[in-house]
Design a protein around this ligand. Structure first.
Ligand SMILES: Nc1ncnc2c1ncn2[C@@H]1O[C@H](COP(=O)(O)OP(=O)(O)OP(=O)(O)O)[C@@H](O)[C@H]1O
Ligand SMILES: [Mg+2]
Length: 371
């Protein structure tokens, strides 16, 4: 799906901005802090419903001192709009994020998938170095774009989890204060309903995360490039899953009440990016977050992103929009060439702080935006 234009109001440093994109390549040039990544972030938000700066709070995307931000994206088929607030407007409670398609409010699952995007840039390194919650959000962002069943399951799981944790807290309180077996029993019965909901949705999430990770591992040679297809380092993902089932819940039931938290399930998943036999270490796997050099981590992210692109294409039969953030300073020449090879016949938006570094001969039909 082609993105024709985007209008930003109070989105980060873009107070009032309008951008039109080429069907092929749009090059966004601007100094540091001009708002290049912010523009890509807005596009990624429309595609995935999430910020690419996965660590922050979502309301941070609203311009400083403002209460409401607005993103309007025009695709070849429809008008998409997201309204962001801090949860309150004129003293009234309102939703923090609202989605509209052709001016009509829609549920998240009906909004996502209208455009799809893959972001590759410096913000991604956190995926290797940071906490598991970031990697789970990444999986959610990718899978929610391609699979509405996943999007539905993960929204329902998140809500269910909150409720279940509240009930666990209630049971803990009851056990401490009022030990009448009756009231504890009633809460346990309630818990049963939420157990079933979490098991059902949790299993969907686990299965689909597993499918994505398997896809990546099957495509371990994505990075081979250069004249003689030089053997590049190889990577693999290890899915460190926390499955949810009746047995597992039973096993942890005492600890769950004591801590008033649900202790098993995909909200505790993680994945580890490993390099396999690279840099002279044959057949040895290393955890990149511990042992990877920065350059090696960057290549691992590139590998992950190329796989993500392939996965989205295979699942949807459509080409996602490529958002390439500052890759000129991040990658060596050979790997830059590799990235440009995949931009072929895809809508691509590339940012740079230094136009001098761009190999324009590699790009087709370029439209320049200067910030
Ligand atoms: N909520 C916000 N409101 C206003 N400005 C913001 C907000 N969040 C971030 N900014 C500003 O946006 C600017 C950074 O924009 P961005 O990250 O898009 O820059 P960039 O062009 O990608 O720069 P670089 O070349 O360094 O990557 C910073 O000056 C930052 O202070
Ligand atoms: Mg940037």
């Amino acid at each position: 799906m082609i993105l024709e234009s985007i209008t930003l109001k109070n989105f980060r440093n873009h107070k009032n901005a309008f951008f039109e994109f080429s069907l092929q390549t749009t090059l966004v040039a601007g100094e540091n802090a001009a708002g290049k990544t912010n523009l890509l972030e807005a596009i990624y938000l429309v595609a995935s419903g999430r910020s690419l700066r996965v660590k922050g709070v979502e309301s941070e995307m609203i311009g400083y001192g403002e209460e409401i931000a607005n993103i309007k994206a025009k695709t070849e088929k429809c008008n998409l709009e997201i309204i962001l607030t801090k949860g309150e407007l004129f003293g009234k409670r309102v939703s923090k994020k609202k989605y509209l398609v052709n001016q009509i409010a829609r549920r998240t699952v009906d909004f996502l998938g209208n455009i799809r995007a893959v972001y590759f840039g410096p913000e991604n390194l956190e995926l290797i170095t940071d906490s598991p919650s970031l990697r789970r959000k990444y999986l959610d962002a990718v899978l929610s774009q391609v699979d509405s069943e996943y999007a539905r399951a993960s929204l329902s799981y998140e809500k269910g989890l909150k409720t279940r944790n509240k009930i666990l807290e209630k049971i803990r309180e009851l056990q401490e204060t009022d030990s009448s077996a009756e009231s504890v029993g009633a809460s346990r019965k309630k818990l049963y309903f939420w157990d079933q909901l979490l098991i059902k949705n949790g299993n969907i999430i686990t299965l689909k995360r597993e499918e994505f990770i398997e896809f990546l591992n099957k495509n371990s040679e994505l990075l081979n490039c250069g004249e003689e297809k030089r053997q590049s380092p190889r990577f693999s993902l290890f899915y460190d899953r926390s499955t949810i089932s009746e047995e597992r819940l039973k096993q942890y039931s005492q600890q769950e009440i004591a801590s008033a938290t649900t202790l098993v399930g995909p909200h505790r998943d993680d994945f580890i990016i490993k390099s396999v036999g690279s840099f002279g270490l044959e057949n040895r796997e290393r955890d990149l977050s511990v042992y990877g050099s920065r350059g090696e981590q960057r290549l691992a992210i590139l590998w992950l992103k190329l796989g993500e692109l392939g996965f989205i294409e295979e699942k949807t039969g459509e080409k996602p929009i490529l958002l390439l953030d500052d890759i000129f300073s991040e990658l060596d020449l050979e790997h830059r060439k590799l990235v440009f090879d995949v931009t072929f016949e895809k809508q691509t938006i590339i940012t740079t702080a230094d136009l001098g570094m761009v190999e324009t001969s590699w790009l087709k039909d370029v439209k320049l935006i200067s910030l």
